[in-house]
Design a binder for this molecule. Sequence first.
Ligand SMILES: NC(=O)c1ccc[n+]([C@@H]2O[C@H](COP(=O)([O-])OP(=O)(O)OC[C@H]3O[C@@H](n4cnc5c(N)ncnc54)[C@H](OP(=O)(O)O)[C@@H]3O)[C@@H](O)[C@H]2O)c1
Length: 244
Amino acid sequence: MNKIALVTGAYKGLGFEWVRQLAKDGYTVYLTARSLEKAQKAVDQLEKEGFKAIPKALDVTNEEELSHLASEIENEYGHIDLIVNNAGINSKDDPDKSVFMKSFRLQDLDAGEVLRHIHVNGIAPVLVVKHFKALLEKSEKPVVVNISSWLGSIAKKDFGGHYGYATSKAALNMMNKAMALEIKQYGITSIVLNPGWVQTDMGGSKAPLTAEQSVRSTIDKVLNTITLEQTGEFFQWDGTPHPW
Ligand SMILES: NC(=O)c1ccc[n+]([C@@H]2O[C@H](COP(=O)([O-])OP(=O)(O)OC[C@H]3O[C@@H](n4cnc5c(N)ncnc54)[C@H](OP(=O)(O)O)[C@@H]3O)[C@@H](O)[C@H]2O)c1
C-alpha cells in the first residue's frame, strides 16, 4: 500500500526537509502551510529537484480546516500512515522584541502570549490527531511524530525565563503522553522528538545541525525503528531517549 504522510508548517525549515526526505523514501506527502501559495511554491521547488508533494492550506489551530483536509485525504487515499506535527512558533522570531519579552522575562510576562504558544505548540498537534485518527487507524503501522524541543524538558532546564516557548513544548510532551496512551489501543504510535539545534529561521545560522542531518537521522534512527510499545516517549534526533 502506498505510504501517505502529512507534514504541518512545511513550506520551509524542518517541515520542508521532512517532506523532501519522505518523498525521497517513496511516501506520498501532503505539504501543508498556512498559506496555500507558500505551500505551492515549496512543492514547485521540490519538483525541480525531482520530488513530488501535494500542497494544501492548513493552519493547525483551525479545526474547520483540519476537518476539511481530513475529508479530502479520506476521498483521495482513504488512509494516512504518518503525521509530522512540525508547525510551531517561537516569539523570539517576532521582529517586535517587546512581543518576545511578554513570554520571555518575568517583568513583562503576559498570559495571552504564553497561552498563544501553548495553543499552537502544545495543543494544536493533538487537535490534528483528533481529526486524523480515523484515517490513521486505517494504516498498517500508523505513526505520529510531534516536534518538541530540548527546551520543553523540565529535567534539562538550566536557564531562567523563556516561559512561553519552553512551557508550550513541555505541554506538548504531556499532551502527547496523554493522547498516546489513550489511542495505543487503536495501534497508533505517537512520540515527541527533540530535533536538535538546527539551521532554520528559528534555529539561526549558528546551529550545529543542518535540517537534512536532523531529519535524515530521525527517519533512520527513530521513525523506521519505532514500535507501538514506545508510544508516548521522548526521543532525540539521534535515536537516544531524551530526559523529561
Ligand atoms: N530549529 C531548531 O533548532 C529547533 C529546535 C527545537 C525544536 N524546533 C521545532 O521544530 C519545528 C520547526 O521549526 P523550524 O526550526 O523549521 O522553524 P521555522 O522555519 O520558523 O518553521 C516553523 C513553521 O511553522 C509554521 N507555523 C507556525 N504557526 C502555524 C500554524 N498555526 N499553522 C500552521 N503552520 C504554522 C510556520 O509558518 P508561518 O511562516 O506561516 O508562520 C513555519 O512554516 C517547530 O515546532 C520548532 O519549535 C526547532
